[in-house]
Ligand binder design. Sequence first.
Ligand code: UGA
Length: 434
Amino acid sequence: MKIAVVGTGYVGLVTATCLAELGHSVIGMDKDEAKIRIILSGRAPFYEPGLDELLASNLKKGHLRFSSDQAEAIRAAEVIFVCVGTPPQEDGSADMSQIEEVARMIAENLNGYKLVVEKSTVPVKTSFWIKRVMSSFKKSEHPFDVASNPEFLREGSGVGDFMSPDRVIIGVETERARDLLVRIYERFKDRIVITNIDTAELVKHASNSFLALKISFINMIADLCERTDADVEMVARGMGLDPRIGGSFLKAGLGYGGSCFPKDVKALAKIGSELGVDMTLLRDVDAINDDRIRIFMEKIRRALWILKGKTVGILGLAFKPETDDIREAPSIKVIRELLKQGAFLRLYDPKAASNMKELFPEDSQAVSYVASPYQAAQDAHILLILTEWEEFRTLDLARVKTLMANPILIDGRNVFDPAAVRALGFEYASIGRK
Ligand code: UGA
């Protein structure tokens, strides 16, 4: 099958590479020529485990090619996956201008039947607008269909999620579109769920919002645990053993970040309100998440009182482990707050430091990036854990303690066992545990 993938961001590049791995002939397209040059060298412009190997091997096999020429990619393909960004706007709604631009471009280059597949996360009813734009801009009478095939990839395990999906949702309104998508995903045919387009669009937004709801729920319970003798890790375990609830996404901490949950919760709340539905529940999910930073800063204040002139070691900058992505990372808000209060920061992350440097450049006194967790602890009055990278779990805490000016550890991700850390002589606080 000849497939074009428009947009080579996280979703687009993983999708293009994995579709090629499934045996299709894929052309990836991005307007950003510099990005295309990096990709053509066989390496992703971001860190994603396993992607570089798959990319290089499919480029070599000739299943996969890339171009910055949109028209060429569109004309070469029968099926076009749209993977461009839909970033949030001030009012919470998704900015759909890139989707509209691609729809116009496809309409202007119709040289035969095309199936346009929405892969980016889009609000329900987007297919209606794509069809409308394409009908008004098309320059020939070739037929086209629009379909929705939302992605459920997690950063850090995107390749595995694509190659062994829990489900493949296909939202279509014609048999032709259904048959094409079923053929593309032939290998996963036991997991295909066929729906209409509005349903498929909503499956995606509802799934992300529900996972975000689980996280805000457990964070609310964590706050309650801190005012009682309960332990949030054990509450989550006890709840999760009920298969109707399930144990995943019940990890209390600094709240959800990344390019999806914060944006999708807001966008679903917005579209729901526009359609006359009371979306208070989702607005509360969002508000609880926002409040995590204030609650965390309060723990720091309780431990140190005054931050001005204090050295703060920070372990973890990425919005979650196994990625270099810092979009909507809780660390950004924590760093901003600490700098506002006059603290000196020693920052460490195994992958995300260079991205963070663009936001908070190195500065001789206030912000320094270090090469190891131990260097972050050096002379620190307090050490904060903001991302639960695996390497932090095996830190030699006794050594960390000898390096610090003050052995205070605030663990925003419940990485350590409180009793063990305190036995080493640390003052220790975490989330929802005594
Ligand atoms: C999320 C979804 O999990 C994917 O299914 C979806 O395809 C993707 O969004 C998307 O829409 O593109 P992702 O943003 O990569 O994937 O990350 P998650 O692993 O879901 O984590 C999101 C945030 O929730 C992270 O900040 C993480 O630290 C936080 N989290 C997650 C918690 O605080 N507690 C948990 O129990 C789980």
